[in-house]
Design a protein around this ligand. Structure first.
Ligand code: FDA
Length: 307
């Protein structure tokens, strides 16, 4: 019950101001978002890479209101790519982007987002890495998939995310698997209506398994974005049955969640990529992490009460 309430709060400006200003918020936020700028996050990248993990970097921020902010988002990613270059990690450190942050929700947003994200995709390719387009709420997805297709014309390794909770996703998965794309499959983190999305956990999990099979049996590169132990072992088994080698798929998890499992899989020889978000505009990202696990909220509230 708590999850949808927290997701609704994630869209509220009043809650944003309250939560962001509370001094006790910071230590809880730090668990999921290990820095506010590139300088703070570079040592984290080096540390994770040193432990045999790969990364996908997210500069947080999604509710922008002007083209200038969209350009600032583009520049933040370009700066990150510039700072990654000397580390020589290549595809071991890729980028995840939310098109809303590149202007997708503004007037003329589709073209604006494409114009802002293209230089990031090209700069990433120049240092031997790539970009994955995150999936946001269902109203944004036609535009996201069209931008993905457009970007793949020049940079075919550009990836995208699909969400198991949406009814449309099985068809999207078939199309993407046949096109040979890199695709991250996740359960889905937004509050979606019953007209477009499964609401029950068991339905979402079953859809996840069906979609994962399509990806594993297809031509592309599946990225299993989940912390769910059952889905992780099903993913391993499906990859084996599909005859995929260890470098023909990967697991992805969020920074700060199930670190032991990330290491265990990497020690077994799996490719494991840690989605690492940083930046100052962390509210939306943080609230989705609280909504996924009510125990996080209890920890957060307890720390507010006991300070
Ligand atoms: P589930 O929520 O069932 O969790 C399984 C177990 O994992 C829990 O029992 C708990 O132990 C642990 N866990 C999960 N979430 C936790 C949390 N927040 N705090 C502490 N423990 C937690 N969504 C989206 O809509 N668009 C996107 O682009 C992305 N991108 C993305 C990238 C990557 C790499 C990941 C891993 C996830 C996303 N997501 C996402 C989020 C995704 O949709 C989903 O909300 C979360 O991954 C939680 O679902 P699980 O599959 O982990 O299962």
């Amino acid at each position: 019950m708590l999850g949808p309430v927290i997701l609704a709060a994630s869209r509220s400006d009043r809650m944003r101001r309250l939560v962001s200003a509370a001094p006790v918020t910071k230590p809880v936020v730090d668990r999921f978002i290990p820095g506010e700028n590139v300088g703070q996050v570079l040592p984290v990248i080096e540390e994770l890479a040193g432990r045999g993990l790969e990364l996908t970097m997210d500069v947080v921020g999604e509710d922008i209101t002007s083209p200038a902010q969209a350009e600032a988002a583009r520049d933040a990613y370009l700066e990150l790519i510039d700072r990654l270059k000397p580390l020589g990690l290549g595809a071991r450190a890729e980028m995840s982007v939310k098109l809303s942050m590149f202007g997708q929700a503004l007037d003329g947003g589709h073209e604006l987002a494409l114009r802002n994200v293209r230089p990031v995709v090209e700069a990433a390719a120049e240092i031997g890495t790539t970009v994955t387009l995150d999936a946001e709420d269902h109203t944004t997805l036609d535009s996201m998939f069209a931008i993905h297709e457009e970007l793949r014309r020049d940079v075919p390794q550009t990836g995208c995310v699909i969400q198991a909770y949406l009814f449309r996703t099985e068809a999207d998965a078939r199309r993407l698997a046949a096109s040979g794309s890199r695709v991250r499959l996740v359960k889905g983190a937004y509050k979606e209506p019953a007209e477009v999305a499964y609401q029950q956990k068991h339905e979402i999990d079953k859809a996840y398994v069906r979609i994962l099979r399509t990806l594993m049996e297809g031509e592309g590169y599946p990225m299993i974005g989940s912390h769910d132990p059952r889905l992780i072992s099903i993913g391993q088994e499906m990859a084996r049955l599909a005859g995929r080698k260890l470098d023909e798929y990967e697991f992805q998890m969020l920074y700060g969640i199930r670190g032991d499992e990330q290491r265990r899989l990497a020690d077994e020889g799996h490719r494991v990529r840690v989605y690492t978000a940083y930046g100052t505009d962390w509210y939306g990202y943080f609230m989705r992490r609280l909504a996924e696990k009510p125990a996080n909220l209890r920890f957060f509230v307890r720390s507010m009460v006991t300070k």
